[in-house]
Every structure is written in C-alpha cells, then in structure tokens.
Ligand binder design. Structure first.
Ligand code: ACO
Length: 334
C-alpha cells in the first residue's frame, strides 16, 4: 500500500499547563520538564466520532477520492463515544461510503497495526482503497484528580487514505500481557446477578517509570527489526516518527538508536499524548510543513497499553502540498 491522502482534526478547546495548576497540585515547570507538554486539546461538547469524521473527510479530499471509492474504513481508538456501534460504522454514512467498517483496539500502537492490516487487505486483493482514522478522546477516560496521568493526555484524530503501492517496506508488530503497568478502566451499570465486588475507580492507571523503561526498550528494538527487514539502516532514515508519549522517551529512543540529529520531529508540546492519533498527526504536521518529499523513507514506532508495540518503514510517495501551513503546526526536532 501507499499513502494517498492525509487529514487531522483537533477539538477547539486548548488547555495550557497553567490551567491545570488551578485544579491540581502541579506546575507548568514540572509538566514541561518531565514530559515536554505545554498544552493539549480537550474534547468539550464534541464527540470522538465527530473528530474521526473531520479527519477522515480531509484525508479523503486530499487523496482525490470520495467515500464511494472506499473498500473499508478502519478506526483505531481506545474508546469511542459508545461501546457500540463502532466509530467506523458511525462515520461511514457521513463519509458517503458503503463498505465494511471495523474498529481496532490496540491502544497507542493502533495506527501501526492499522497500516499493517490495510496492507494485508490490499495485498490479498480484497480491498483497494482503505481509510484509516486514529481518533482518541482520552480526556474522557482520565481521572482528573490523578496528577500523575491526567496531565499527559490530549484529544485528536489523524487519518490517512491508502491504496495499492509499494510504500510499506516492512512492519514489526508485537504484544506482551502487562496489565499491571498501564491500564484504563471504566465502570458499567450494576448487574443484579454479579457478586458485590469492590468498585474499581474509573480512569487511567500507570506505573510511569516501568512504562518509560518498557517504551524505550521496545521502541528501539522494533525500529531496529523493521529497519533490518527493509534493509535500510536507521542512520539512513529521512524521518523517525515516534509515538508522542513523552518528550524524554522520544529523546531516549533517539539517543539509543543514534538517529541523525534533526530527524526526529515532535509536536507533543502542543498536543500532549494523543495515543494512536499521535503518529498520523505528526506525519500531517511534517507534510504540511513542506518537509516530506517523494522518496523520503520514514520509520514509525508506536507503543502502548497491553503492552503492544509496532514499527514500520514507509517510503513517502506524495508530492509536497501546494501551500505550506505554518506556524499553527509548529514542530520541534531532536
Ligand atoms: N505534577 C507535580 N508532581 C507530580 C506530578 C505532576 N503532574 N505527577 C507526579 N508527580 C510527583 C509524584 O507524586 C512524585 O512525588 P513524590 O516524590 O513526592 O512521591 C514525583 O512527582 C516523582 O514521581 P515519578 O512518578 O517518579 O515521576 P517521573 O519522573 O517518573 O515522571 C512520568 C512521571 C512523567 C509519568 C514518567 O514516569 C514518564 O514519563 N513515564 C512514561 C510513561 C508515559 O509517558 N506514559 C504515557 C502514556 S502510555 C503510552 O502512551 C505508552
């Protein structure tokens, strides 16, 4: 497969670190120095499906296709607005599509798993054009009294349309059962036949330092394996796009791999951790900054709760956009 179109959507409400100081025992200095995050977008009044639709519509328009051309819609999300129907089904009609729809639940590695899934469908001849949307509303799952987690996350959606091509050079996926270090939970309605168990509080729980160590190790290992499969050394990658979990994770992976300086873009300062949406959003920013050129080789790496992880090597094929969007989509580079 190859990428034909790209889109994104951000909820309008921006929450800066100083606003969090009003509701939590935290500080802008602590958050920026430990995570690199300055602000994040928060869904307020909107829906995850609404973000997914907006990002999907932009990606479709950018690809020059219409919803009727789609053979499948894949959405990655930690949690849509409802348990069911899926987000992909919810947005299908408004996209003007009439194709199978499914949501993939692979936490922050969702976009990489979706690229690999789409590639398999296209290679097998079962599909030609697939819309992938990674849409997240983690602010709704966060425990806003837990300063160690709620400051990290932001809401957003990123989308790509893929079609037949030679863009995905290699992919490396993995998963490991480790619920103990990172999980999100929510309480359902009580059932009269269930045992009177202790109520589990809703929210995201994390052993931050364990997740940090896992993320750095698995991301570096995945990227090396994917690069090896593609037979392109990491040092020759034009861009390395890492899941935007934490600025210090991004810097540690870059150091461990010895990536050429200036090749690891980051937008976590503006968006926080947007889970599976973070890699397509970063790709969007790089593209719209006019920095992605046809023939560029990109290494992508996502990792998250599960613990799941995935990396892939992509050859970019799209021409530069006619107009560069800046400074709204500003990037930092490691
Ligand atoms: N503001 C102020 N103080 C805080 C905050 C906050 N928001 N959060 C925690 N602290 C305090 C803690 O209570 C603790 O205080 P204490 O020493 O009095 O007990 C102190 O800061 C140090 O806590 P640590 O958890 O040791 O802080 P650490 O330096 O490890 O930083 C962090 C925490 C940023 C979460 C770090 O562990 C990390 O980056 N982990 C990686 C996990 C991650 O990025 N997850 C993202 C989601 S998962 C994913 O996408 C893969």
């Amino acid at each position: 497969m190859k990428i034909l179109g790209i889109g994104c959507a951000l909820p309008p409400q921006v929450v800066i670190n100083n606003q969090l100081e009003q509701i939590l025992d935290t500080s802008d200095e602590w958050i920026q120095s430990r995570t690199g995050i300055r602000e994040r977008h928060i869904l307020s009044g909107g829906t995850v499906a609404g973000l997914a639709l907006e990002a999907g519509q932009e990606a479709l328009q950018d690809s020059g296709l219409t919803g009727a051309d789609l053979d499948m819609i894949l959405v990655t999300t930690a949690q849509g607005d409802d348990l069911f129907p899926s987000v992909s089904c919810t947005i299908q009609q408004d996209l003007g599509a009439n194709c199978p729809c499914m949501d993939l639940h692979v936490a922050c590695a969702g976009f990489i798993y979706a690229l690999d899934t789409a590639d398999a469908y296209i290679k097998s001849g079962k599909a030609s054009h697939i819309l992938i949307v990674s849409a997240e509303g983690l602010s709704r799952l966060s425990d806003w009294s837990d300063r160690s987690t709620c400051v990290l996350f932001g809401d957003a959606a990123g989308a790509v349309v893929v079609g037949p091509g030679e863009g995905l050079l290699s992919c490396q996926l993995s998963a490991l059962s480790r619920r103990d270090i990172l999980f999100g939970t929510y309480t359902g309605l009580p059932c009269p036949f269930s045992p009177p168990e202790e109520k589990v509080a809703a929210g995201i729980r994390m052993e931050g330092q364990e997740v940090f160590k896992f993320a750095v190790g698995i991301s570096a290992a995945d990227l090396l394996k994917a690069a090896d499969k593609a037979d392109i050394p990491i040092a020759q990658m034009d861009w390395v796009l890492l899941h935007q979990a934490n600025r210090r994770i991004i810097d540690a992976v870059s150091r461990r791999l010895g990536v050429t300086p200036g090749r690891v873009p980051s937008n976590i300062h503006r968006l926080g951790n947007t889970s599976s949406a973070s890699i397509p959003l970063l790709m969007y920013d790089l593209y719209h900054a006019g920095l992605l050129e046809p023939g560029h080789v990109l290494a992508l790496s996502g990792f998250g709760s599960g613990m799941v992880s995935g990396a892939c090597i992509l050859r970019w094929d799209k021409p530069k956009p006619s107009q560069v969007k800046d400074p709204v989509h500003s990037l930092h580079f490691t």
